[in-house]
Design a protein around this ligand. Structure first.
Ligand code: ATP
Ligand code: MG
Length: 380
């Protein structure tokens, strides 16, 4: 294993907010950075030393990035695997194309987890209208139909509460889907961990995740779960990272079902929105930890510096112009992270903030108040 020291160049495939904070972590430590992204001045390109401007599917452009980098990583698991294989033939890439090939397709991911004995919601392939009927007959209602590829933030999903929802589901199966049982969960959590090239694992404190319309709204740590449950979640997550042979940060989203059983929802083989709280509330951020794993450095300790709530700032807050910043910026325990995106759209992640100190319950209430006040026009 080769260790890459400061002065080496990190290439990042994909130039959104995850790429931005990977690049900033690398820069802080004295590494050079380059990014592959089609936008002229995307969130990562703004902070990188160089920018190869092309879609992340463009193999020639990815090879150009590889030529100028010593090691590469990605911020998006949907990078085409042939491209990733071509790049890995030239320069080291983490995580490996093999990991991406399993994760990229929901059905392959679920089959892999099933074969390895991990607990998850019951599921069935639904690649056609006929398969959908068979899957509905087997899984029943309520269930959720999900496109196998390219879903995020709840996109490419359709809830099935009964027969009335079948027409929408039939539209969705124009591309291959998987039908899964809807879990009546107590809460959602994620284990964000890092695995290094020798197989050592470090965990971040478990996050409690709250979604609205399929989009992450709040993440908080420490999660309100017992130490026994937390240990069980960490063991499952580490076993999944080990089974995949992953190197780098990985986020394992889980449901805590009513009654307490843990089920894996999905795996992201990269830094993750539910790990944003680590940048500002932990001894090391998920971004630095990811780099350390890939650069051949030992993993850092991850302890929590303070109870924390992370709240996403979605484009909806920009509907009537810029949001009101005072409720956030005038709060001495709030930290703002804006991604430098110039086109706010409803549901688009524009930034996030952390709220530190006190206890998680009061922080959640306070975060809600801040969000409400940011979206309220002045004078009301
Ligand atoms: P992201 O990539 O943003 O995490 P995604 O589009 O890949 O999201 P999922 O994680 O599969 O989608 O689903 C988004 C959210 O929808 C989940 O976090 C959960 O709140 C809800 N959800 C998804 N599947 C189920 C299920 N089987 N039972 C209950 N709720 C579910
Ligand atoms: Mg998810």
């Amino acid at each position: 294993m080769k260790t890459l020291l400061p002065g080496s160049t990190l290439g990042i495939l994909g130039g959104g907010q995850l790429g931005r904070y990977l690049a900033l972590a690398a820069r802080r430590m004295g590494y050079k950075t380059g990014v592959l992204d089609p936008a002229p001045r995307g969130p990562a390109a703004q902070v990188c030393d160089f920018h190869v401007r092309a879609p992340v599917e463009d193999e020639a452009a990815a090879l150009e990035l590889a030529k100028r980098s010593d090691v590469l990583t990605l911020e998006w698991e949907l990078i085409p695997s042939p491209l990733l294989r071509a790049v890995s033939a030239k320069k080291p890439v983490f995580p490996d194309a093999r990991v991406l090939e399993i994760i990229q397709d929901r059905l392959v991911q679920k089959e892999f987890l099933g074969k390895e004995g991990f607990p998850q919601a019951r599921f069935k392939s639904a690649a056609s209208a006929a398969e959908l009927s068979a899957a509905v007959a087997d899984i029943g209602y309520p269930s959720i139909l999900k496109r196998r590829r390219a879903g995020y933030d709840g996109k490419g999903q359709s809830a099935l509460g009964g027969e009335q929802d079948l027409p929408a589901a039939l539209e969705l199966v124009s591309a291959p889907c998987v039908l899964e049982e809807k879990i009546d969960f107590e809460r959602e959590i994620s284990v964000v961990l890092a695995r290094d090239q020798k197989g050592n694992v470090e965990f971040f404190p478990i996050a409690h995740n709250e979604h609205k319309n399929g989009i992450l709204r709040l993440s908080s740590a420490p999660a309100p779960i017992s130490e026994t449950r937390a240990r069980e979640a960490r063991d499952l997550a580490a076993a999944a990272a080990q089974a995949l042979g992953h190197v780098g940060v990985m986020a394992i989203e889980m449901f805590v079902a009513k009654g307490g059983a843990l089920l894996i929802n999905e795996i992201a083989p990269r830094v993750h929105n539910s790990g944003h709280y680590t940048m500002g509330a932990c001894a090391v951020s998920q971004f630095e930890q990811h780099l350390r794993a890939g650069l051949g450095l030992p993993l850092a300790e991850t302890w929590l510096l303070s109870p924390v709530v992370m709240a996403n700032l979605l484009g909806d807050l920009w509907t009537a112009g810029a949001p009101r910043w005072e409720p956030l910026l005038h709060n001495p325990r709030a930290r703002l992270y804006l991604y430098g995106k110039d086109a706010p759209r409803p549901g688009r992640k524009m930034g996030h903030f952390l709220l530190l100190g006190g206890d998680v319950e009061s922080l959640r209430t306070e975060a809600d108040q801040i969000l409400r006040r940011m979206g309220t026009p002045p004078g009301r």
